[in-house]
Design a binder for this molecule. Structure first.
Ligand code: TPP
Ligand code: MG
Length: 463
């Protein structure tokens, strides 16, 4: 059976696009996920990947012509089928004419396995050199996790010093101690998967493949920052990396993750949304609504509760009757589990199963990662360090996820001490370059202050 290649929807508002260029000629072999053609919309030009391997058999829409979303542009013949005579089947693509409606339906169709990427799937967003390797060897993946944790740790320790030295200002919530959660989860995500983050957003961003230099420039409030210096760590966003935003409103990320999961489902995509939030957020109404919706509609979301035992200054025993928050999943009919959030391998293993489940259309999972933050709630609020239990902090520092993992890498002969040292030195060099980059970047002009507040969805909105 030939595979129909259709015009993909590259955005929620896209109705048609122009085939700017075919990257293969009729008769040429095409590999799965190989760039096949370039689509131009009113916003950008984007490569589209082949949804299957085969031979490009027929092009129906020539270069320069436009076509509506979901209309058939070409056919790919299966490799063994390539020379079979006769026209390809003219049966419409299953999704043709079934463009998603603007409002979500009351119920979504039952989950369908998503092992095959949808026809016409757009190419993934930017693939960062810092993102977790897709494929590759197990050693590569383990070394990536080590490097990812070090990038977060060194960056975070540095920004605490920069804040103390008056170089950066504003709200600053340290993620030191919790690195294994971001690194373990992001180790199992693809570049085109999404994350939704919290007020400790810089750690998640770095783990998803963000650049230190642009994150640093953001904290310096400079134009080369991810949000042109106007977001800080608490609102950091880069959609091209799949980072749908950090959020200063506790719990507010969960419905955004459910919304993104709904969009993926309606568009027939196979991406997954990883939603990070804290133990405090697990007490908000948004947590319960999002879990219920995601379970009911089998949305491709992995909920990761970073249980660092405190919500701001309040210990968990004072804000919840239960010690294990993952048990709340049962109330909504999704699997819940708890992992040692200071063990990056345990986190990655739990994430792997949850991501696979979500990608296969089987629905969401709640992972509770028990961990601890070494600093008080907010660096900009020194009072948040007062009255902390020093013995408790020392006990958690003894379980520091980074030396623990380094020991495992050494014991398992995955890396030598010299290699671990080299990684640390490379991360340190990246950090120093990031500071130079941020300090050289100009401040945004004052007249930009009200720009980028709204999207341009309506004509009257300010861009
Ligand atoms: C809706 C809302 N309520 C209260 C706050 C004030 N606040 C900021 S962080 C925080 C605690 C969050 O705790 P948790 O979810 O456990 O995240 P953690 O800081 O431990 O990472 C609170 C109450 C807020 N930002 N938003
Ligand atoms: Mg907490």
């Amino acid at each position: 059976m030939p595979t129909a290649i259709v015009m993909p929807a590259l955005g929620l508002t896209m109705t048609e696009g122009v085939v700017q260029r075919w990257l293969k000629r009729v008769g040429e072999p095409v590999a799965l996920d190989e760039p096949l053609f370039v689509v131009e919309t009113d916003k950008a030009a984007q490569e589209v990947l082949a949804p299957a391997a085969g031979i490009l058999r027929e092009i129906l829409v020539p270069e320069g012509a436009s076509a509506t979303v979901e209309s058939v542009l070409a056919y790919l013949a299966a490799p063994g089928d390539a020379l079979a005579p006769g026209p390809p089947s003219t049966a419409p693509h299953p999704a043709a004419g079934a463009a998603p409606s603007a409002a979500p339906p009351p119920t979504l169709p039952p989950p369908t396995p998503r092992a095959q990427p949808p026809v016409g799937r757009a190419s993934p967003p930017t693939v960062s050199p810092h993102a977790a390797p897709v494929g590759g060897s197990e050693r590569e993946r383990l070394c990536w996790m080590h490097r990812a944790m070090l990038r977060i740790r060194l960056f975070d320790e540095q920004i605490v010093k920069l804040f103390a030295g008056g170089k950066i200002a504003g709200a600053l919530h340290s993620y030191v101690g919790e690195e294994a959660v971001a690194a373990g989860v992001c180790a199992r995500l693809r570049p085109d998967d999404y994350i939704v983050s919290t007020h400790r957003g810089h750690g998640h961003l770095l783990a998803k493949g963000g650049e230190m230099r642009r994150m640093m420039a953001e904290l310096y409030g400079r134009v080369d920052g991810y949000c042109r210096g106007k977001g800080g760590s608490m609102h950091i966003t880069d959609v091209s990396l799949g980072i749908l935003g950090a959020n200063g409103i506790v719990g507010a990320g969960l419905p955004i993750a459910a919304g993104a999961g709904t969009a993926i489902t309606l568009q027939g995509g196979d991406q997954v949304v990883a939603c990070f939030f804290g133990d405090g957020a697990a007490n908000t109404g948004a947590f319960h609504e999002a879990l219920n919706l995601a379970a009911t509609w089998s949305l491709p979301v992995v909920f990761i509760c970073e249980n660092n035992l405190y919500a701001q200054f309040t210990p968990q025993s004072m804000h919840a009757r239960v010690a294990d928050l993952f048990g709340r999943a049962a109330g909504y009919g999704l699997p819940g589990l708890s992992v040692d959030g200071n063990d990056v391998l345990a986190v990655a293993e739990a994430a792997e199963a949850a991501v696979q489940r979500a990608r296969a259309g089987a629905g969401p999972t709640l992972i509770e990662a028990k961990t601890f933050r070494w600093f008080g709630h907010a660096i900009n609020n020194p009072a948040s360090n007062i009255g902390r239990d020093e013995a408790e902090i020392a006990a958690w520092k003894a379980r520091d996820p980074i030396p623990r993992f380094e020991r495992r890498l050494l014991d398992g002969a995955v890396a030598t001490q010299a290699e671990l040292d080299a990684t640390r030195a490379a991360v340190q060099a990246e950090l120093e370059e990031a500071i130079r980059f941020a300090e050289a970047s100009p401040a945004p002009p004052p007249e930009e202050a009200l720009e980028h507040v709204y999207t341009d969805l309506s004509a009257g909105a300010r861009r």
